[in-house]
Design a protein around this ligand. Structure first.
Ligand code: SF4
Length: 215
């Protein structure tokens, strides 16, 4: 595909998105409208299946409503609440450190820019961009494994790293598509354009996809 295909591809992705269950962080954002919970959910979701993340969020958010609440939970209790998300021990340490860092650097508030969010424990550009978009409804481009894989398969870009992909998308993707690009591609990557065996037969993007057409 080329950049001229973006509007049609986005329309097809929107239709596909509506037909399936939304990714877990989209659900957290829609249900809570709370940047703190979007941040925590996104930290927990790394290297973790959506169902496991959703269950961990559900247990944790029964006990934790604010960053300050994280101080009231012991390290072992916090680990127990988020287990079995991937790297739960390290993630629990990051969550334990979060209120102090927020207090020291941002007056206790969740910052709203990618650069500031990246100063928080356990937060890289992928998490920061998702919090900017889903937590604050601001412009950002979150590149996770699905966005990285599908954009390259489509032939929209040819990149080797998520940072390269993010910077390329920031140049070629019209801003009106930024907020939905990650959600649509995550959903599409979980249901159609799978990592190992993409379901190219019957894919709504087949006629525009370099990989699918064997280009
Ligand atoms: Fe993915 Fe195949 Fe569809 Fe291309 S045609 S987007 S590789 S499922």
């Amino acid at each position: 595909m080329t950049t001229s295909d973006i509007p049609a591809v986005h329309r097809a992705l929107a239709r596909a998105f509506k037909a399936v269950r939304a990714p877990v962080i989209d659900l957290v954002a829609a249900q809570t409208h709370d940047p703190f919970k979007v941040l925590v959910g996104t930290i927990l979701s790394a290297r973790t299946r959506d169902q496991t993340t959703a269950e961990a969020c559900s247990r944790l958010f029964r006990r934790v409503q604010t960053p300050q609440d994280l101080r009231k939970i012991s390290p072992s209790e916090l680990e127990r609440l988020i287990f079995p998300v991937g790297f739960y021990h390290t993630k629990a340490q990051h969550l334990r450190a979060l209120p102090d860092v927020l207090e020291a650097k941002f007056g206790g508030r969740i910052p709203q820019t990618v650069a500031e969010l990246c100063e928080l424990p356990g937060v890289g550009r992928k998490t920061a961009n998702l919090v900017v978009v889903l937590g604050f409804n601001r412009l950002g481009i979150c590149v996770d494994v699905h966005v990285q894989r599908i954009c390259n398969r489509l032939g929209l870009l040819h990149t080797r790293t998520p940072l390269e992909t993010e910077m390329t998308l920031r140049k070629i993707l019209p801003k009106r598509y930024w907020k939905t690009w990650n959600s649509y591609l995550v959903s599409f990557g979980q249901t159609q354009c799978l990592p190992q065996r993409p379901r190219c037969a019957g894919c709504p993007l087949l006629t525009r996809c370099d990989y699918g057409r064997g280009a």
